[in-house]
Write a protein that binds this ligand. Structure first.
Ligand code: NAD
Length: 410
C-alpha cells in the first residue's frame, strides 16, 4: 500500500502536521529502534532440515518495553512487520499503557506443517530472538495463526534459558499465568467504545441497530456485550455469509451455536444475506470485525449506517474513509476500538510480575476504565481540533510518545 492510500501512514502524516511536530522529530519517531532477521533451521518429521525466515522489529521503547504479537503467515515480510510494530507504538501510547511497540513473525503457511514441526520451528525462533527480548525489554504475544499453545512453547524455551519467566509472553493459557478476561477483551473493548460513541453521537443505546461483519473472537464477544447493553444486533456474518433479522437476532443462542460449530452457518434464525448485502443494511452501528479493506471504493456508496466502529485492523481503506467523511458517517478507528486485547495483555504481564491473579471482575473494570479514558481523550481532541476520530487518536498517541521522547533525549 502506498502511504497515500494506507490509512495508518496518512493518519500519521496528518496528525504530525496538526501537532506541529518538527520534521526531525517526526522522522525520529518513525524510524524503528531495531530490526532483527533470523534464519530458523528445524527438522521436518521426515528427518530433513528446513530453514525459514523470521523477524522481530522493535519500533520504539520510549515509554516502556516493546510489545506486540508474532504472526505465522506466508505474507509476513520485514515491511509488514515494521508497519505493524509501528502501529503498536501508537496503540499502547493511545491507551496510556507503559509499553512501546514491536511485532514479529515467520513467513510460513502453518497449515503446511505438523504440530511437532511447528513446535520445533517456534522454539528455534524464540531462541534466535532471545538476545533482544526480555521481561522488561520486549514481550511478544499471539497474532495471526499463533495461539496460547505457541506462547506456552515460547515461555518454556525462554524459561529453560533464564529461569521460570511467565512474564516473557502474554496470551498464555490460564494454567500458565494467562489472565482472566483475555479471550473476551477485544470484543468487550469494542462494545465499550460503541457504547461511549452512542453517548457522544446522541444515539439511544437501547434498541440501537447493530450490524457485525465477522463472528470470530472479536465479533462474537462484541455482539454478546452489545446485546447485554440492550442493543438490537440485527445482522452478523462470517466467511460463509450472513444472517439478518430486523427484530434482532437471539445473540445468546447464536453465540453458543457458533462456539460449538465454529460457524454461524446452519443457525435456525434470520434471513440469509451475503456479506455485501449485510454491509448495506440500514443501522446505527456497522462493526467490521473480520478483514482488512472490507469497506472500500466498490461498496462504500452502498453503506447505510450512522457510525462505523472498526473492530478489525484496517477494515476501511483510505479512499473509502475520505468519502465517508464527506457523507458525515463517522469512523471510530481500529487503533482505539480494538485496543482491549493489548490492554488485557498488559494486565496479564502485570499479574505475572506481581505473581498474583486478579479476578475477571477486576480485569473487566480496569479494561473499562482504560477504554473510556482513551475514548474521552480522543473525543476532546476531535472536538477542539475539528478532526476525524482517527486523526485525533494518532494525535493523542504521537504526542504522548513525543513528550516522553523529549524528556529522555532533551
Ligand atoms: P477470528 O479468526 O477469530 O474471526 C474472524 C471472523 O471473520 C470469522 O468469523 C470468519 O469466518 C470471518 N471472516 C473471514 N473472512 C470473511 C469474509 N470474507 N467475510 C466475512 N467474514 C469473514 O479473528 P479475530 O481474532 O476475531 O480477529 C478479527 C479482526 O480483529 C482481525 O482483523 C484481527 O486482526 C483484529 N484484531 C483481533 C484482536 C484479538 O484480540 N483477537 C485484537 C486486535 C485486532
Amino acid at each position: 500500500m502506498s502511504s497515500s492510500t494506507d490509512p495508518t501512514s496518512a493518519a500519521y502524516a496528518q496528525a504530525v502536521k496538526e501537532l506541529g511536530l518538527k520534521k526531525n522529530i517526526a522522522k525520529a519517531l518513525e524510524i524503528p529502534d531495531r530490526e532483527l532477521t533470523v534464519e530458523i533451521p528445524f527438522r521436518r518429521d521426515n528427518g530433513e532440515i528446513e530453514s525459514v525466515v523470521g523477524f522481530r522489529v522493535q519500533h520504539n521503547n520510549t515509554r516502556g518495553p516493546f510489545k506486540g504479537g508474532i504472526r505465522y503467515h506466508e505474507h509476513v515480510d520485514i515491511d509488514e512487520v515494521r508497519s505493524l510494530a509501528t502501529l503498536m507504538t501508537w496503540k499502547t501510547s493511545l491507551l496510556d499503557i507503559p509499553y512501546g511497540g514491536g511485532k514479529g513473525g515467520i513467513g510460513v503457511d502453518p497449515r503446511n506443517y505438523s504440530k511437532t514441526e511447528l513446535e520445533r520451528m517456534s522454539r528455534r525462533f524464540f531462541r534466535a530472538i532471545d538476545p533482544i527480548i526480555g521481561i522488561n525489554v520486549d514481550i511478544p504475544a499471539p497474532d495471526v495463526n499463533t495461539n496460547a499453545q505457541v506462547m506456552s512453547w515460547f515461555m518454556d524455551e525462554y524459561s529453560q534459558l533464564h529461569g521460570y519467566s511467565p512474564a516473557i509472553v502474554t496470551g498464555k493459557p490460564l494454567e500458565l499465568g494467562g489472565s482472566a478476561g483475555r479471550e473476551a477483551a477485544t470484543g468487550k473493548g469494542t462494545a465499550v467504545i460503541t457504547r461511549e460513541t452512542a453517548k457522544k453521537w446522541n444515539i439511544e443505546l437501547k434498541n440501537a441497530k447493530v450490524v457485525i461483519q465477522g463472528f470470530g473472537n472479536v465479533g462474537s464477544y462484541a455482539a454478546k456485550f452489545l446485546h447485554e447493553y440492550g442493543c438490537k444486533v440485527i445482522a452478523v456474518s462470517d466467511v460463509t455469509g450472513g444472517l439478518y433479522d430486523p427484530d434482532g437476532l437471539d445473540i445468546d443462542s447464536l453465540f453458543e451455536y457458533n462456539s460449538a460449530n465454529k460457524t454461524i452457518d446452519g443457525f435456525d434464525q434470520g434471513k440469509k444475506v451475503t456479506n455485501d448485502e449485510l454491509l448495506a443494511l440500514e443501522c446505527d452501528f456497522l462493526i467490521p470485525a473480520a478483514l482488512g479493506s472490507a469497506i472500500n471504493e466498490k461498496n462504500v456508496d452502498s453503506l447505510n449506517c450512522k457510525v462505523i466502529v472498526e473492530a478489525a485492523n484496517g477494515p476501511v481503506t483510505g479512499s473509502a474513509a475520505n468519502k465517508l467523511w464527506d457523507k458525515k458517517i463517522a469512523i471510530i478507528p481500529d487503533i482505539l476500538t480494538n485496543a482491549g486485547g493489548v490492554t488485557v495483555s498488559y494486565f496479564e504481564w502485570v499479574q505475572n510480575l506481581q505473581q498474583f491473579k486478579w479476578t475477571e471482575n477486576d480485569v473487566n473494570q480496569k479494561l473499562e476504565d482504560k477504554m473510556v479514558n482513551a475514548f474521552n481523550e480522543v473525543y476532546e481532541v476531535k472536538k477542539s481540533k475539528q478532526v476525524p476520530m482517527r486523526i485525533a487518536s494518532f494525535m493523542v498517541a504521537i504526542d504522548r510518545v513525543h513528550v516522553a521522547y523529549n524528556l529522555r533525549e532533551g
